[in-house]
Design a protein around this ligand. Structure first.
Ligand SMILES: [Zn+2]
Length: 91
């Protein structure tokens, strides 16, 4: 079974060529319901700090509302237009 820490170690390995330690430090990983934060130690290695809890990720910059298409994020003047916006994309 792949663990979050194993994934992170893989990520560090893959990114250590293109990113500096400073750039990688404080990167936050979400694996299932755990949050991992990469912390650079004084020795130059990385500590993975894990915290668990209910994870909710808000990816949009703003809350969606009745005038925002939930598929494409387009804005409309009324609900009907909003609902119709991406209707043809519903399969
Ligand atoms: Zn749309």
């Amino acid at each position: 079974m792949t663990t979050g820490v194993a994934r992170i170690e893989q990520w560090i390995e893959e990114n250590s060529r293109s990113l500096t330690g400073e750039e990688m430090s404080d990167t936050i990983f979400i694996f299932k319901d755990s949050v991992y934060t990469l912390k650079k130690t004084d020795a130059g290695a990385f500590d993975v700090v894990q915290s668990s809890g209910k994870v909710v990720v808000f990816r949009n910059e703003q809350e969606t509302d009745d005038f925002t298409c939930k598929i494409c994020g387009g804005h409309h003047d009324n609900r009907i237009e909003t609902i119709r916006c991406c209707m043809d994309r519903h399969d």
